[in-house]
Design a protein around this ligand. Structure first.
Ligand code: ADE
Length: 252
């Protein structure tokens, strides 16, 4: 899977590309992550990427020209191949595990990182094929959001985790085909020692009875979800189909 990231802070991505999952997936050739500096698509001496908002108000707005030029260069390079162009912004629809799974069906996606007070609306209206938010809070830019999206989608790709089984049962996995018929939170995990300062690991996990262990884990996951995130249970029971149907378009 290839990601093209458009940003005015290309250096931001150095850390996440040199550590952990994204580094490993790149080294194995599972992903190809290309970071593009939007200033390379400006045509003035100062490499201007932003300007004051029409109508007044505080802050600066990212200009449309460099973003359009950068995406057009990618499209030209891709030839016939269409790909989603995703604007990361707090105004987007909420990114989640299901959307991540849908994204992995595309061999290539472009991510536009918003900045400052906003991005010229013509980018969202006429260039991006989708606008996604990673949560109901405001970051100062889309870079962290793009990093989150890449991490979440990359770990779903075959051969990245090296343990497909752990994907099938983890929190938020679409487990309609698995033992839990809804997207649940994960169950509690324990490791040695069995007794840590008097805090004992639940006996069932030491029993060696795999049937009992499975039932205990499923019950714990359900309990935790119903206490902390009841909307997850309601959401998946009621709307698994509409959510699946809200697939990302493959381009214009
Ligand atoms: N840019 C700023 N806040 C954001 C958010 N919550 N999600 C995606 N991009 C953002």
């Amino acid at each position: 899977m290839r990601y093209d990231v458009l940003t005015i802070f290309p250096g931001f991505f150095n850390g996440i590309l040199q550590h952990g999952l994204l580094k490993r997936a790149s080294a194995r050739g599972r992903v190809d992550i290309r970071i593009h500096d939007l200033r390379d698509y400006t045509d003035d001496r100062h490499r201007t990427v932003d300007d004051r908002p029409f109508g007044g108000g505080p802050g600066m707005v990212l200009k449309p020209e460099p973003i359009f030029r950068a995406v057009e260069a990618l499209r030209q390079d891709a030839g016939e191949q269409d790909f989603p162009v995703i604007l990361l912004s707090p105004q987007g629809r909420l990114f989640n595990q299901e959307l991540a799974e849908q994204l992995t069906r595309h061999p290539r996606i472009a991510l536009i990182c918003g900045r400052y007070e906003g991005v010229d609306e013509r980018v969202a209206e006429h260039l991006a094929t989708d606008e996604l938010s990673i949560g109901d809070y405001v970051l100062s830019g889309g870079e962290l959001a793009a990093a989150v999206l890449m991490e979440v989608t990359t770990r779903l790709l075959p051969g990245v985790l090296g343990n497909e089984d752990s994907l099938a049962r983890e929190s938020f996995a679409d487990s309609t085909a698995g033992p839990l018929r809804f997207a649940a939170l994960d169950w509690p995990h324990y490791t040695r020692p069995a007794d840590f300062r008097g805090l004992r690991v639940p006996e069932v996990l030491l029993s060696g009875d795999h049937q009992r262990i499975r039932e205990w884990r499923e019950r714990q996951a359900l309990l935790k979800a119903s206490k902390r995130r009841p909307e997850l249970l309601v959401r998946t029971e009621a709307s698994a189909i509409p959510l699946a149907a809200a697939s990302l378009s493959g381009g214009h």
